[in-house]
Design a protein around this ligand. Structure first.
Ligand SMILES: Nc1ncnc2c1ncn2[C@@H]1O[C@H](COP(=O)(O)OP(=O)(O)O)[C@@H](O)[C@H]1O
Ligand SMILES: Cc1cn([C@H]2C[C@H](O)[C@@H](COP(=O)(O)O)O2)c(=O)[nH]c1=O
Length: 245
């Protein structure tokens, strides 16, 4: 007995509106780097370039720091996006669009570090079984310098992996590759993996507060040397803060 065919409807194949050849292979592409290196900017540029060629796509995000369902870039651009969470079945999400007669030729996935490994595998299945191009953008490492699980899976299975080339500078002038979490002015090395916050050090009153503690939480990109030393450089709080925990 043969297994039931679970492949998606033919509508999943890029339709005539897309100028890309219908059967050209799709790809899972992953762009990564530290905070503030331009991931969301590039995500919006890719979306723009795809859509102006007549392709139809979905923008996905998870916990954008704007707190809205959108992809927002510090350059000033922002576009609405579908908010997903770790429980979202990305296959079902795309298939529900097909079921409504809407084409999905590509996905732009921001904050991809927050995906579960299973969701990354769903993206790979959309590429391989349904010819959906996937462009994922995410952090390389967390504040402890460890790969996020979603990032790890993307590095394992993506067709193409690119470290974003825009250099974010540490306060010392060296390229900054690592993200420090700063709580009430001091760098920390323990805590929840996911705490949505910005790189802006001085939030307006009532904004930028950690969800549980009420503390001021932000991130700062550092070079490896200063991440190891836990030195945040000269700040309003004083010279070189040392890690507390
Ligand atoms: N006023 C500005 N003028 C030019 N570039 C800016 C400005 N503000 C931010 N940027 C650029 O935007 C980048 C951050 O882009 P963004 O897409 O928000 O980063 P990410 O998503 O990686 O956190 C900065 O590294 C800088 O290059
Ligand atoms: C390092 C680190 C970051 N985050 C959060 C902080 C921000 O909300 C996003 C990254 O946003 P960006 O578009 O790259 O600026 O991730 C986190 O939850 N945990 C971390 O360790």
């Amino acid at each position: 007995m043969t297994a039931p065919d679970r492949s998606p409807a033919p509508a999943s194949i890029p339709a005539a509106g897309g100028r890309r050849a219908a059967l050209a292979p799709a790809h899972l592409r992953f762009f990564h780097g530290p905070m503030d290196c331009g991931k969301s900017t590039l995500a919006l540029q890719v979306d723009h370039n795809q859509s102006r060629q007549g392709r139809s796509g979905l923008r996905l995000t998870q916990g954008d720091r704007s707190a809205g369902p959108q992809i927002s870039s510090r350059v000033g651009l922002s576009r609405t996006a579908v908010e997903v969470d770790t429980g979202t079945d990305l296959l079902l999400l795309v298939r529900s669009h097909w079921a409504e007669g809407r084409r999905v030729d590509y996905l732009v996935v921001d904050e991809a570090q927050f995906l579960t490994p299973a969701q990354v595998d769903q993206l790979a299945e959309l590429v391989d079984a349904s010819h959906v191009d996937v462009y994922a953008f995410g952090l390389t490492t967390d504040f402890r310098t460890r790969l996020f699980p979603g990032t790890q899976r993307l590095l394992e299975v993506a067709d193409d992996v690119q470290r974003i080339q825009v250099e974010v500078l540490c306060w010392c002038g060296a390229p900054g590759l690592l993200n420090a979490r700063v709580v009430d002015g001091a760098m920390v090395r323990s805590g929840a993996t996911v705490v949505v916050a910005d790189t802006a050090p001085t939030p307006a009153p009532g904004e930028g507060e950690g969800p549980d503690t009420g503390a001021d939480v932000h991130y700062q990109v550092l070079c490896r040397h200063h991440h190891v030393l836990g030195q945040l450089g000269p700040t309003a709080a004083g010279p070189g803060q040392l890690a507390l925990s």
